[in-house]
Design a binder for this molecule. Structure first.
Ligand SMILES: Nc1ncnc2c1ncn2[C@@H]1O[C@H](COP(=O)(O)OP(=O)(O)OP(=O)(O)O)[C@@H](O)[C@H]1O
Ligand SMILES: [Mg+2]
Length: 141
């Protein structure tokens, strides 16, 4: 349909380990309309995170077709499990991307401070991830 932002057809995903194959997604067909707010609900282990990881390009699909309405779509994905470095403060975790890209300019650092403020984390900028709540850790991510 023309108003679809995303079309998923017969999507499947098998994880292959040395000992066994796990069928995480069997056969999902789904249209998502532009402007709709969608929840994916199901029991633990039913494949929700796998589906989102495939859509975000973090996992390969085993079969099926995924079509976004446009190629240059901007996709945000909040991971279930954060990957903050426990030995770095909240501020230093937030600066990591800039450090790696060698873009730690005065302006960019100021922007990180502004974002920390926006997300209610500025008072915790010198804390370590272990002293933050799950939601605070996800907002840092
Ligand atoms: N990296 C992986 N390697 C092998 N199997 C995996 C991997 N990730 C997930 N699985 C398996 O795929 C299935 C779906 O897992 P998934 O993490 O997508 O579930 P979920 O619906 O997000 O569960 P939860 O609600 O507990 O977060 C499970 O059987 C799980 O064991
Ligand atoms: Mg999950």
């Amino acid at each position: 349909m023309e108003n679809n932002i995303l079309t998923i057809s017969h999507l499947s995903k098998n994880y292959q380990s040395e000992k066994q194959e796990i069928e995480a997604i069997e056969d999902i067909t789904l249209d998502i309309e532009r402007g709709k707010f969608i929840s994916i609900v199901g029991p633990s282990g039913c494949g929700k995170s796998t589906l989102l990881s495939i859509l975000a390009g973090l996992e390969n699909k085993s079969g099926g077709v995924i079509q976004f309405a446009k190629e240059d779509i901007v996709l945000g994905y909040m991971l279930q499990k954060d990957s903050l470095f426990p030995w770095r403060t909240i501020l230093d975790n937030c600066l990591l991307g800039l450090e790696i890209q060698k873009k730690k300019t005065k302006e960019n650092i100021a922007y990180v401070h502004k974002l920390l403020d926006t997300y209610g984390l500025h008072d915790f900028k010198d804390s370590y991830p272990s002293s933050l709540s799950g939601g605070m850790r996800q907002r840092t991510l």
